[in-house]
Structure formats: structure tokens, C-alpha cells
Write a protein that binds this ligand. Structure first.
Ligand SMILES: *[C@@H]1O[C@H](CO)[C@@H](O)[C@H](O)[C@H]1NC(C)=O
Ligand SMILES: *[C@@H]1O[C@H](CO)[C@@H](O)[C@H](O)[C@H]1NC(C)=O
Ligand SMILES: *[C@@H]1O[C@H](CO)[C@@H](O)[C@H](O)[C@H]1NC(C)=O
Ligand SMILES: *[C@@H]1O[C@H](CO)[C@@H](O)[C@H](O)[C@H]1NC(C)=O
Ligand SMILES: *[C@@H]1O[C@H](CO)[C@@H](O)[C@H](O)[C@H]1NC(C)=O
Ligand SMILES: *[C@@H]1O[C@H](CO)[C@@H](O)[C@H](O)[C@H]1NC(C)=O
Ligand SMILES: *[C@@H]1O[C@H](CO)[C@@H](O)[C@H](O)[C@H]1NC(C)=O
Length: 784
């Protein structure tokens, strides 16, 4: 069935070139559904809240639907959610025709079908593996006290030790939320740590088109987490796992990531039922409720893939929900996605979000491999309890290929190995691409009767849990083992059990899976904002089927990095109650580290390893202590964001739709450059050759009242920067000061992005603003 005309109609108020991009995805998602169903969930977005009273707003939604559907009863049956706190709109079951009709109502800004989003973990469901007891211990120091972190995710396992409320302050008076009951979850599951829980499934329920039955599924019809992802992220943001977990002891740097005295509010929107996922309708409702409930910080490890929607297109439910949250002073932290190392894959790029990249930590799980010639090599593994301490026959996958002429056996693809030859052997595989990983390789070796895997991989971000003993090694070790196999008549090897090793604090490395900038939709807004640990992160996990409740798991993904930053944002908020989300983001970005504590640069792992740049790590690696005292901040108001949206060329009507208030962009605003948004970074995607470009920023002093800051410029290669003034003097009456930075290219050819920084220092604070510039050759540009 060809539905494209209808979709064009929904998109009537949008920027057309973007519609073309988004149309592709919509068609893929929808085509299946339209064949059978007549009524699908649509989100009808109305923008401004006309009434101060939410009850009246809700009534108006029912009235509008009654008019459309002909009766009150039909409206009642059709409506799923009424959004009435942050913005006005509703989710309802509508036929194609009804959706088209309501799109023509004058008060309707946009109608769009409900979509399914993904959690930002790589291979998370396969990563489970470590279960161990967490000793109860003394409370950590006074961190994050009084703040509430809302976690929009897959729910929570409330019995986890990480959500123990011993020593927690009473529930803050600002809290207006509830502890919603449901399957295996009642009000006794909330406490002073886990102060609230809600669950939203109507959007997903409609997508899967039959009654939800959790019997035989791992999920629960309640805020109880059947997937584990939400328990993991919530405990990372504000659990006690940091000091409580004893899995070889965790690195100090990680311990600073959490806000152990912050309260948690759980909003379950992601489900493990059917193929699972998180829908727009449920996500929007979660934002709406979280705004109403009084959270300070929101941690959202959910997102879409590129191509991205424009920020005024309400199909980006995260950009939209978060705009309202940020306007109410709630800091929203999002994962940047796991589509790296390809450039331009970063997601959740709205300028009001804090977007997080993932890095490795200083912990390893060394596992020794002893060969028949007594040589010992080291790899890594998290498979505890499966390794046998004896020698077994060893072979190389290509030697036991079913078809010696093809290449699939090299990385042990499924079905590529000869079972007669693999039986009883440890198999060495070499990864060629990102498509195969240690888990899938171990599955195919096991299928062929093999008893162990040594997997040589070009990067080592994230360890998997395998069915048979498996050890990950780098290409160098893999090559040594291969040369032993080639030289030996009957090669053998022994795989030991893994140990936990905590390195001396070594420099973090950006995980290869971490999505990279520049933002594909607004390249002048630097994304990601910041990097935080997201590889092999140990945190709480549901202890399904196991009698004790001290369960922890190692997971990897930007999903795991996001709650680290949410936790640190709570630390900042608990010290600086009045700071805006932009101030908190600025503090994080300008104080972030460029090196590890060993002084070496942070690297970024892609197909090769290189020094990390702002498109890998934004401002740098999170530095919680420094972020509490940044000296100066770059502030941004809600009006600044609206002005910025005008500069993007979005229509006044569409911005009005997003902003809840009547907006009319002036022609000056439309002509202005988006580079003026007061971000703690400067990104110029199109600096013209031989032409100067000036960017202005304003900084607010949040340090000593009388401070003098000097500019330290590190210009990107081929670019000259002039900063005026070079010295900023703050005093009692002058707490905000502006500077102008003028850029001009000395390059003669079109280049790629080049990176630098502008740092303001008073001798104690270093307020570092990352710079990314691409020089565009004017002549070649004119040809396009
Ligand atoms: C809540 O659940 C617990 C155990 O799951 C049970 O002991 C308790 O009676 C329940 N309370 C209510 C009010 O249902
Ligand atoms: C749910 O599924 C189980 C088995 O999968 C079945 O026994 C049960 O009757 C179902 N419940 C409902 C309400 O459909
Ligand atoms: C390996 O070491 C063991 C004991 O250390 C020794 O008995 C054996 O001969 C050695 N094998 C080779 C091939 O060197
Ligand atoms: C597997 O290898 C054995 C031994 O070399 C050989 O006899 C057999 O034909 C191979 N099986 C297949 C399916 O190629
Ligand atoms: C930043 O701007 C907001 C208004 O948007 C204001 O409330 C806040 O005090 C300003 N300063 C800081 C440090 O947040
Ligand atoms: C603060 O600085 C401003 C601008 O440099 C200056 O005009 C003003 O006199 C100073 N005020 C005090 C109290 O020093
Ligand atoms: C200027 O600084 C003062 C004091 O920090 C602050 O209250 C005010 O909001 C700032 N104004 C602007 C425009 O940033």
C-alpha cells in the first residue's frame, strides 16, 4: 500500500529537505503496520498549553477528539495519553483518514505516527555474566544530597543493594511524583533512595497490536525492570555500587561518577516485551510526568539513528520533551549513540541536551593463554568459572574452513567451520569487521563442536560473555599464536580463568562504538559535549531467578556513559542549586580533561587509534571535582535557544509549536548566524577562505568576585584567531563579560575539520572552550 501522500500531509508544516530524509525511515516502520491495522497510535501535537489548569487542557483534548470521532465514548476509547504539563497534545488511536482530518484542525501543529526507539547499549543483553555479592559498607560522603535524578529507561530492580536507602535524607519537599503499582511492584518497593516509579506502555502496546502478556516474557507489567538496562543506568547515576561492589575493586575515577545521596525517580518506557523498545508516545509522557514530578536531572540512554529529524519536528520526541524540561530548569543528559567510529553519527544533538560519548576505564580482566611451547600470552575475558586448567588441541579457523576458497572462516562466521575438524579444539579467529564479535564467534565455534575461542580483534571495547571459554587478544598476540600453530605439528593451548586488574590510572580511550561528531543536522553545535566511562561498566542488575539480591553486571555503551554524567550533574546541582542546565553543561565541558592522570593524551579508537578530538569527546573527559568550581560559565536562556532556532530558518509557527509561547522570528534573527549561541565551544563548519568571521561569547563569573582572566589561544592549524579583549576583569558590579573571537583562514585549500582551543585562566581556573573549524574554499563552494 502506498501511503506516502498521507505522510507528506502530516509533514505539511516542516522543512522539506528534512522530510525527504525522515520519510525513508517512516515508510520502513509503518509499511508493516498499515497492512493489517486500521487504527494506529498517532501523536497529535498542539504546542502551547492554552490553560493553566492541566485538567482543563485534558478536557480540551477529549473535546477535540469527540468532535473528530463523533462521540465522547469513541474519544475515550481512542485516547492513550493526554500531555498537559510541559506542553499540550495527546496520543490517540486514529485511522489514516482520522489522522489526516485532525491534522487540518487549526489548533493542531503536527500529527505523527508513534515510532520505536532503541536503548543505547552495545550487545547489552549478552553482556550479563558477573553475579557476586556486594558487601554492605559505610555510606559515601555527602554527594548529590537533596537532588532528584529521573531515569527514563527500562525500569528498576528495587531490591538491589544499590537502592538501599540507609542514611538517605527524607524525600525532598519538591517531589510530587508517585510510586505506581503494577506486576511485582508495590509502594513498599519505593523508599528514600527510590522515591518514585512510573511506567508507560500504552504506546508500545498499540504497536504490538495484541494484549500484553508478560507470562513467559522476562518483563513485568510495572516499573520492575526485566531487561536490566534501567537498573544498571539508575545505579550508575545514583546507586552505591561505586563503593559497594567488590569486583576486584573499582577505580577511583569511576567512584567519582555517581551521586550516592541523590534520590532516584524511575520512568519506565523501554520494554523487553516482543521485540521491545521505547515509543515516542511513552517517552513524551515520561518527560511530561517528570517535569510535573519535580526532578532536577534527567538521564536518558535512548535514541535514534541518523538521519536525524529537525528539532522542531516533533518526531524527535527526545529533543521536544527535553526542550520543555530544560526550560523548567531540568538538566537533561543523553547518550550519543553507539554508531561509531564513523564520523557524523552522533545522535541526541539538540543544543539544550548534554550529549555523552563513552570511554574505557583503567580496569582489565587479564586472562593468560599458555601454548604448548610454554610461551604465555595475555588476553582479556569476563568468563568466570568456565575455563579448564588443562591443555587442549588448538587450531586456526582458516585451517578448518568448510570451503577453503572463501574468507568467512577467518573470523569464524556461523557455518563456516568444518565440525569434524573443530571438534574438541580451541579455535583462533581473526576479526575482519565490526560485524562479527567475540560472542558470535564463540557461538559458531561451539556449533561446530569447538571448546574454546581465542579471538583476535583490532579494537577491544567491551568484553562479551560467551558460551564456551573465550579470550580476546589484539592482532599482535593473535599473530604470535598463529605462528606457533603454523610451526607446531600438534599445537595445544591452555586458557586460564580471568583475573581483575586495576591499572595505575591510565588515560581513557574513546570506545570505537561511541558515535562521533560533527552533528549531521546542526554542525555548528559541538556534539558530543563530553565523554565519560562506558566500557565494561559494573553496576546493579536484576537478580532474576537467583535468591540473593546482590547482582551486578558488566555492560558497555554510551548508555552506560550517560548516567555517569547525570550523576555528576546532580553533584553540581546539589552544590549550586540555582545553576541553569546550560551552566551545568558549561561547567562540565570547560573543565573536562584532555589527558589521563598519567599525563598522556586521550586517544580515540576507530579502525586505528588516534588522539581524541572534540568530535570524539566534546570538551574532554569528565572531571567532576573541577566541574564543581569552573570559575566562569557560558549561560544560555530559553530565549537564546528560541533565537537560535530562528537562525536555523525554522518557521515561527514550528518554533511556536515547540516553545509553548507565541514566537515570531524577526528578520534580524533569521539573518543572524547560529554561531552566536552562547555555547561553551566554538564550531565553524564553513569558514570561508580569506574572509574573517567573528563569534561573540558572554561569560558569567561564578568564582571569586574580583577575578582577572587572560585568554590563552591555541589556534587550529591554518587558522588565525584574534580575541578581544584579551583580559577580562570581573568585579562586584560586573559579573558578566563578553569577548569576540575573530577567525581567519591562512589555508589555500579546502580542508577537513581542524581543532584548537581558547582557554581563559585566572591562574587557578582553566576555562577551556574547544574549537573546531573547517575551511571552505569559496570557489568550489560556489559551484555547488
Ligand atoms: C508489597 O509486596 C510485598 C512483597 O512483594 C508484600 O510483602 C506486601 O504485602 C505488598 N504490599 C502491599 C501493600 O501490597
Ligand atoms: C498468557 O500466556 C500464558 C502462556 O504463555 C497463558 O497460559 C495465559 O493464559 C496468558 N494470559 C492471558 C491473560 O492471555
Ligand atoms: C614447559 O615447562 C615444563 C615445566 O616448567 C617443562 O617440564 C617442559 O619440558 C617445558 N616444555 C617445553 C616445550 O619447553
Ligand atoms: C571436514 O573435514 C574432513 C577431514 O578433512 C573431511 O573428510 C570432510 O569431508 C569435511 N567435511 C566437509 C563437510 O567438508
Ligand atoms: C543563567 O541563566 C538562568 C536563566 O536562564 C539564570 O536563572 C541563572 O541564574 C543564570 N546563571 C547561572 C550560573 O546559572
Ligand atoms: C567594575 O568593572 C567595571 C568595568 O571594568 C568598571 O566600570 C567598574 O567601575 C568596576 N566596579 C568596581 C566596583 O570596581
Ligand atoms: C549577569 O550576572 C548576574 C550575576 O551573576 C546574573 O544574575 C545575571 O543573570 C547575568 N546577566 C546575564 C545577561 O547573563
Amino acid at each position: 500500500m502506498d501511503r506516502s501522500p498521507a505522510i507528506w500531509k502530516f509533514a505539511k508544516k516542516m522543512n522539506h529537505s528534512l522530510v525527504l530524509l525522515s520519510l525513508l525511515i517512516l515508510l520502513i516502520n509503518i509499511s508493516v503496520i498499515f497492512v493489517e491495522a486500521t487504527r494506529n497510535v498517532h501523536i497529535v501535537y498542539l504546542g502551547m498549553n492554552k490553560y493553566a489548569d492541566p485538567a482543563r487542557t485534558k478536557k480540551s483534548h477529549h473535546k477535540m477528539l469527540s468532535t473528530l470521532l463523533g462521540s465522547k465514548e469513541a474519544a475515550q476509547r481512542s485516547i492513550l495519553y493526554s500531555y498537559r504539563h510541559g506542553f499540550s497534545g495527546f496520543a490517540a488511536r486514529l485511522t489514516q483518514y482520522e489522522a489526516e482530518s485532525i491534522a487540518d484542525f487549526p489548533e493542531v501543529i503536527q500529527v505523527f505516527p508513534n515510532r520505536i526507539h532503541k536503548l543505547h547499549t552495545t550487545r547489552s543483553w549478552d553482556f550479563i555474566g558477573i553475579h557476586h555479592s556486594s558487601p554492605k559498607n559505610a555510606l559515601p560522603d555527602n554527594m548529590g544530597k537533596g537532588t532528584i535524578i529521573g531515569v527514563i529507561d527500562s525500569g528498576v530492580w528495587p531490591e538491589s543493594e544499590s537502592f538501599n536507602d540507609e542514611g538517605m535524607d527524607p524525600i525532598p519537599s519538591q517531589w510530587k511524583g508517585i510510586c505506581q503499582e503494577g506486576e511485582q511492584f508495590n509502594s513498599t518497593n519505593c523508599n528514600k533512595k527510590l522515591i518514585g516509579a512510573r511506567w508507560f506502555i500504552k504506546g508500545l502496546q498499540e504497536q504490538i497490536e495484541r494484549p500484553i502478556n508478560t507470562t513467559g516474557s522476562e518483563d513485568y507489567l510495572s516499573a520492575r525492570d526485566g531487561i536490566g538496562h534501567g537498573t544498571h543506568t539508575a545505579s550508575t547515576a545514583a546507586g552505591y555500587f561505586v563503593r559497594g561492589a567488590n569486583y576486584g575493586g573499582l577505580a577511583e575515577g569511576l567512584a567519582r561518577g555517581g551521586a550516592p545521596l541523590a534520590h532516584l525517580a524511575i520512568y519506565k518506557v523501554c520494554w523487553g516485551i516482543d521485540s521491545g523498545g521505547c515509543t515516542d508516545a511513552d517517552l513524551l509522557k515520561a518527560f511530561d510526568k517528570a517535569i510535573h514530578d519535580g526532578v532536577d536531572i534527567l538521564s536518558v540512554s535512548v535514541g535514534n539513528e541518523i538521519p536525524l529529524y529537525s528539532y522542531v519536528d516533533h518526531r524527535d520526541s527526545i529533543a521536544m520533551g527535553s526542550f520543555h524540561a530544560v526550560a523548567k530548569g531540568i538538566t537533561v543528559v543523553c547518550s550519543g549513540g553507539n554508531d561509531g567510529p564513523i564520523s557524523g553519527t552522533i545522535e541526541n544533538t539538540a543544543p539544550w541536551l548534554i550529549t555523552v560519548a563513552a570511554t574505557t576505564i583503567d580496569r582489565a580482566f587479564p586472562t593468560s593463554i599458555t601454548l604448548g611451547n610454554n610461551q604465555t600470552f595475555w588476553g582479556q575475558s569476563i568468563d568466570i568459572g568456565k575455563h579448564k586448567p588443562e591443555f587442549s588441541a588448538l587450531t586456526y579457523s582458516e585451517r578448518i574452513a568448510l570451503d577453503s576458497t572463501d574468507d568467512f572462516a577467518k573470523d569464524c562466521e556461523s557455518g563456516s567451520l568444518n565440525a569434524t575438524l573443530a571438534a574438541g579444539r580451541i579455535v583462533l579467529c581473526f576479526s575482519k569487521t565490526d560485524l562479527q564479535n567475540i560472542e558470535s564467534a564463540s557461538t559458531s565455534v561451539k556449533e561446530a563442536g569447538g571448546i574454546g575461542v581465542i579471538y583476535a580483534q583490532f579494537h577491544e571495547d567491551g568484553l562479551g560473555s560467551c558460551d564456551i571459554p573465550c579470550v580476546k587478544v589484539d592482532y599482535e598476540v593473535g599473530t604470535h599464536i598463529l605462528s606457533y600453530i603454523r610451526k607446531s605439528r600438534s599445537p595445544i593451548a591452555k586458557l586460564s580463568s580471568p583475573n581483575t586488574a586495576i591499572g595505575k590510572w591510565i588515560s581513557p580511550r574513546v570506545a570505537s562504538f561511541s558515535s562521533r561528531g560533527p552533528s549531521s543536522i546542526t554542525p555548528a553545535v559541538l556534539k558530543p559535549d563530553i565523554a565519560a566511562p562506558g566500557v565494561d561498566i559494573l553496576a546493579a542488575y536484576p537478580s532474576v531467578g537467583i535468591q540473593h539480591s546482590h547482582s551486578y553486571a558488566l555492560l558497555s555503551g554510551t548508555s552506560m556513559a550517560c548516567p555517569h554524567v547525570a550523576g555528576v550533574a546532580a553533584l553540581i546541582k546539589s552544590v549550586h542549586h540555582n545553576w541553569s542546565p546550560a551552566a551545568i553543561r558549561s561547567a562540565l565541558v570547560t573543565t573536562a580533561s584532555q589527558t589521563g592522570t598519567d599525563g598522556a593524551s586521550i586517544t580515540a579508537q576507530g579502525l586505528t587509534s588516534k588522539e581524541a578530538d572534540p568530535f570524539d569527546i566534546g570538551g574532554g573527559h569528565i572531571n567532576p571535582n573541577k566541574a564543581l568550581d569552573p570559575g566562569l560559565i557560558f549561560n544560555i536562556t530559553r530565549e537564546d535557544y528560541i533565537h537560535y532556532l530562528c537562525t536555523l530558518g525554522y518557521s515561527s509557527a514550528s518554533i511556536t509549536g515547540l516553545a509553548n509561547t507565541k514566537i515570531s522570528c524577526t528578520s534580524d534573527q533569521k539573518r543572524a548566524s547560529g554561531l552566536g549561541l552562547n555555547l561553551p565551544s566554538i564550531t565553524i563548519p564553513d569558514l570561508k577562505m580569506a574572509a574573517a568571521l567573528t563569534v561573540t561569547r558572554t561569560m558569567t563569573n561564578v568564582g571569586h568576585i574580583n577575578s582577572v582572566y587572560k585568554a590563552v589561544i591555541r589556534a587550529p592549524p591554518g587558522v588565525k584567531i584574534k580575541v578581544e579583549p584579551q583580559i577580562l576583569r570581573f568585579n562586584l558590579s560586573t559579573q558578566n563579560l563578553s569577548f569576540r573571537a575573530t577567525f581567519f583562514s591562512t589555508q589555500k585549500v579546502q580542508g577537513d575539520y581542524k581543532f584548537g582551543s581558547l582557554t581563559w585562566t585566572d591562574g587557578y581556573h582553566l576555562v577551556r572552550c574547544p574549537i573546531a573549524i573547517r575551511v571552505i574554499r569559496y570557489q568550489s563552494y560556489a559551484h555547488v
